[in-house]
Design a protein around this ligand. Structure first.
Ligand code: PLP
Length: 348
């Protein structure tokens, strides 16, 4: 039997940086403990390799969005440490939670009734304090009774900005804490952690910053990059002045050039917004600008500063999250979670 050949794309994760980021966020959370949002396959990095590293560092509470995401982690951590943010939409969600011990986050009176009718048990509660996305509204809290609430959550709409909504949501969350009994309370995502101790409660829920995102300026210099996309050079060619490269001839060589084609395209999440803007690097750190339009599986780069690069070489993709977000108009979240399934997820 011959094996499957290696993919020409890899997403290298710096596990030490991931752990250092969790520790920094846990420290910044003061008296509260930092948990971790591991939804969307740990923001694209691979939840099955992220979760054991975080658990080993002392992270207790993990947040998935879907039930299937929780199911994928059951052999890695105590299921009672996993909570599902979308909550129980159907009876099968309730059955799964009760059978495994995974905590549902109750988001509506309907979800509360569904949980209690099945016999209930430990759950979390999401209270809407102004985002109008998921959660029981403050006015409806009085209709809840008998829920066995571990964590009372709310979620900030604009933690990454300074504005009146943060203080308003904080006040409403504090009011909710006075209305329903609970063991622990949580409000802050990555950005919310640096808004100060009032936002910490007992538990914080960082996601983006764990994976190298700089959610607010205060975290610059604290948070280390975690994700490094790399791609293989498939072909090198010499072109003459006046020749064009790629679809729609979007780039014309002003002089004779050495160009290379790499195995990375918009199907991998390297979207067309990188056309004419992105940058790759060779092993010596030389910069290799993207030429013309990104295509589905391929991108063409200028090898002028990399005279020795050759077919088969691995190249790094410049993917500094705050800088990339500013350049492309994509959010740091989209930049991470958009990296596609063709990347082999590897650890450093
Ligand atoms: C995704 C999510 C988080 C994590 O937010 P970041 O901005 O990535 O830190 C926290 N809480 C809830 C409810 C979420 O949905």
């Amino acid at each position: 039997m011959t094996g499957v050949p290696a993919t020409p794309l890899r997403l290298t994760m710096d596990g030490d940086a991931l752990v250092a980021n969790w520790r920094a966020l846990d420290r910044l959370s003061g008296a509260a403990r930092a948990g971790a949002a591991v939804k969307a396959d740990a923001y694209g990095l691979g939840a099955r390799r992220v979760v054991p590293l975080l658990a080993g560092a002392g992270c207790r509470d993990m947040f998935a969005a879907h039930w299937a995401e929780a199911a994928d982690l059951l052999d890695l951590v105590d299921p009672r440490r996993i909570a599902v943010l979308h909550g129980p939409l159907r009876g099968e969600d309730v059955d799964f939670a009760r059978a495994t011990g995974v905590r549902p986050v109750i988001n509506s009176l309907e979800q509360a009734a569904r949980w209690q009718q099945a016999g209930g048990g430990a759950c979390d509660l999401m209270v809407d304090t102004g985002m109008n996305r998921l959660g029981v509204s403050l006015a409806d809290l009085a209709e809840l009774s008998g829920l066995q609430i571990d964590v009372l959550h709310s979620h900030l709409a604009s933690g990454d900005e300074d504005g009146p909504l943060n203080a308003l949501q904080l006040a409403r969350w504090q009011a909710a804490r006075g209305l329903v009994s609970h063991d622990r309370a949580a409000l802050a995502n990555s950005a919310g952690i640096v808004l100060g101790p009032a936002y910490h409660g007992d538990l914080t829920r960082p996601g983006l910053a764990l994976y190298g995102g700089v959610a607010r300026q205060e975290l610059a210099g604290v948070i280390r990059p975690v994700a490094l996309p790399q791609t293989a050079l498939l072909q090198v060619r010499q072109i003459a002045a006046g020749e064009t490269v790629g679809y729609n001839a979007a780039f014309t060589a002003p002089a004779p050039m050495r160009v290379g084609t790499v195995a990375l395209g918009y199907a991998d999440g390297y979207l067309r917004c990188w056309s004419g803007k992105g940058m790759l690097r060779d092993a010596q750190g030389a910069s290799l600008p993207v030429l013309g339009l990104v295509s589905m599986d391929l991108t063409i780069v200028d090898l002028g500063h990399s005279p020795h690069s050759k077919e088969g070489d691995w190249l790094d993709v410049d993917y500094d999250l705050p800088r990339s977000a500013a350049m492309t108009g994509l959010s740091q979240y989209e930049l991470l979670t958009g990296l596609g399934r063709r990347f082999a997820r590897a650890s450093e």
